[in-house]
Design a protein around this ligand. Structure first.
Ligand SMILES: Cc1cc2nc3c(=O)[nH]c(=O)nc-3n(C[C@H](O)[C@H](O)[C@H](O)COP(=O)(O)O)c2cc1C
Length: 488
């Protein structure tokens, strides 16, 4: 492809006015056209009867970037002028289906930018907006396959930037007309430009736009707008490199505490009803130091909430578990680490609950890192004294990420919610004080446990203890919700 054309849209900036930009297209993501079938990252699409000109054009698009003039000439050469309209209609359908991608080459012949589908959606180019443009506050830049990719949350398209386009990005952090229209056109099509113009009052920005942090919005869109990212559901994208992790973490070598097994029949006979437990449930941020939580109570709570009742093998070969609480795909990645400061019958320290063996494994004796974790839980609940126990909830990420892709992390957070409510209800039924926390310190957990935070890290925490007989002047939900408490 060699022919060039000046692209429509706003007037190019003075610096670029003398040059021309070339807009080209090709089958998306290195797609191919063979035997009447287009194969791209989205799969294979069989075309019906098409003219020789369309066939030649698709072969050319499969070989590489072609500009419109060259492609149209090819169609005319085979089908005559009358074939052009049919071709344009087919081409529009291909763009609507996301089967074509577009690139812009600069006046110096260097690739400037490429608009590529990263999810499922149309690649039909939008016109470049008139007047100054600015990047959306939600646009995110990340390295991708040897280029920098600019994305807007929820858009199925990315703009891969060549060096020339990347150098223009600082201009686009404020309203500018200094960016070539062809590049602006790709950015507009990818949804990466801010609405409005330089006259727009920043204070008048829509609440919906302002309240979202770009990273949060990208995460939300990636997980809730399936068309914007491939990889919904179980994709096993790393299965050829790593095997699944065992459902129960291997036993550690250190000291273990065998836990008493509660008598579930006796418990069921004396327990609150489900309705009573739900109706009496409350967050309690005070513990009774005179009558602390006992080892038997801790054992019962763990047994009734997170023990492994059984294991089985999924159709994909991953070992799965049955526990009192549900888990997406039955993968059960959550581990509970009781951090004990005051529990009758149990030395202070950080333990891991082995849910398959109903045992506690000592992970760390009290030290600076465990002290940090206790202090943070106390600060987050504004408790007057140290919580008797902090239940640190960690995820063995690989359990979920071996199978799932875009839904992996959201699943983990949902599992934390499931665990919180199960612990709240069982603690209520047992007459214990419990309060969930909204944040925690993965770094201190890594320091205390020596665990690699990319393999296993905390994703939740609850404080647990004996409930004071008399209501105390414990912090109210409102005061604990003060930002100063870093609590919720
Ligand atoms: C996910 C979650 C996070 C929470 N984070 C905190 C926290 O960091 N600090 C705190 O004191 N309470 C925290 N709480 C407790 C809430 O403040 C409490 O549930 C809310 O005020 C309602 O009160 P209730 O639980 O007694 O009904 C949290 C609760 C949940 C479910």
């Amino acid at each position: 492809m060699t022919s060039t054309s000046t692209l429509p849209g706003q007037a190019p900036p003075a610096a670029a006015a003398s040059g021309t930009y070339t807009l080209t297209s090709r089958l998306a993501r290195g797609g191919t056209f063979e035997d009447g079938e287009i194969t791209t990252h989205l799969g294979a699409v069989r075309l019906g009867a098409i003219t020789p000109g369309a066939r030649a054009a698709l072969h050319a698009f499969g070989e590489g970037d072609r500009d419109e003039t060259a492609i149209n000439a090819l169609v005319v050469a085979h089908d005559g002028e009358t074939g052009l309209l049919r071709w344009q209609m087919l081409r529009s359908r291909l763009e609507a289906a996301g089967l074509l991608e577009h690139a812009v080459t600069g006046p110096d012949g260097a690739p400037l930018a490429r608009l590529v589908p990263v999810g499922r959606g149309a690649t039909t180019l939008k016109p470049a907006p008139r007047g100054p443009v600015r990047l959306s506050r939600h646009a995110l830049l990340s390295p991708a396959e040897g280029t920098l990719a600019l994305r807007a949350p929820g858009s199925p398209l990315a703009v891969e930037l060549g060096a020339g386009a990347a150098a223009l990005l600082p201009l686009l952090t404020t309203w500018t007309e200094e960016v070539p229209a062809p590049l602006v056109r790709l950015l507009a099509t990818a949804g990466a430009l801010a609405p409005g113009g330089p006259g727009s009052d920043p204070q008048a920005e829509e609440r919906g736009s302002v309240q979202w942090d770009p990273v949060d919005l990208a995460f939300h869109a990636r997980t809730r707008v399936p068309a914007s990212a491939p990889g919904y559901g179980g994709t096993y994208r790393h299965a050829d490199r790593f095997g699944p992790e065992p459902v129960a973490a291997p036993a550690a070598d250190g000291p273990r505490v065998t836990l008493p097994v509660p008598d579930l029949e006796a418990i069921a006979a004396r327990d609150l009803t489900l309705t009573e437990a739900i109706e009496q449930r409350t967050s309690t941020r005070a513990h009774d130091p005179g009558s602390p939580l006992t080892l038997a109570q801790l054992a019962e709570l763990l047994y009734r909430t997170v023990r492994i009742r059984g294991t089985f093998t999924g159709s994909d070969g991953q070992e799965l578990a049955d526990r009192p609480l549900p888990s997406g795909g039955a993968v059960h990645e959550l581990e509970v680490y009781p951090l004990v400061t005051h529990c009758e019958g149990l030395e202070p320290g950080l333990y891991r609950y082995a849910p398959d063996r109903h045992e506690l494994e000592l992970v760390a004796a009290p030290g600076p890192a465990t002290a940090t974790l206790v202090k943070e839980a106390r600060g987050g609940t504004m408790m007057e004294g140290d919580p008797q126990v902090v239940l640190l909830v960690a995820a063995r990420f690989g359990r979920v990420m071996w199978k799932y892709e875009t839904v992996a992390y959201p699943l983990i957070l949902k599992h934390v919610g499931v665990l919180y409510q199960t612990v709240y209800l069982v603690a209520t039924a047992m007459g214990l004080a419990v309060c969930g926390l909204g944040g925690g310190d993965t770094t201190a957990f890594a320091a205390a446990t020596g665990r690699d935070p990319l393999l296993e890290g905390t994703v939740g925490e609850l404080v647990l203890g004996s409930r004071p007989a008399e209501p105390t002047a414990e912090p109210s939900a409102e005061s604990a919700a003060e930002p100063a408490a870093a609590g919720l």
